[in-house]
Design a protein around this ligand. Sequence first.
Ligand code: MHO
Length: 205
Amino acid sequence: MGSRIGFGMQCFWGAEAIFGSLDGVYTTRVGYAGGSTPTPTYKNLADHIETVEVVFDESRLTLNSLLDTFFKSHDPTTKYKRQYISAIFYYDEEQRKTINNWIEQHSFNFSKPIVTEIIKNEHFHNAENYHQKYHLRKHNDILSELKLNDEQIITSSIATRLNAFCAGFGSLKQLKEGNFNISPKSKKELLTLICEGPNLSECGI
Ligand code: MHO
């Protein structure tokens, strides 16, 4: 269910949290893509790129809107080492056209040329479990309430959204209205984390 797209934008921990906060995103997972070796690991990445794969509901969130988030969340004009390059992994021809159109229409907003690599997704290799929902894993008191195993942490929509909150992304409205099956204590902890994050003004403190 849902459409897929992959983004490389430096360390995938932050990228996963940013996209996990968007309404219309079902799930996120982190992994390695764009390289030629069959079994990349964090310690042996070879020519792969740290990537977040986003599964989303196209009727609620357009690819153009995801691209807005992608391009404003990192510097797409800088050439980083391959592990961290700016890259978009598309899944079909229509996505490729949308991406190229976005760049054509917005390139004048950047002082230097966009160096983002547009790559056809061939194989997405899951990263090690400790990288999946990295920010949520730092709050084991909250994570343990979800009672998810490592595999479920990768595919859970709730873990996706809570991971975003743990990194300070997402809104108070999402936290208040969402059904996350967590204790009032955890909800309060997340509220503080969101208020320390980029949405501070919303918290009125
Ligand atoms: N070594 C960096 C980035 C990690 S990311 C998974 C850090 O510790 O923040 O590449």
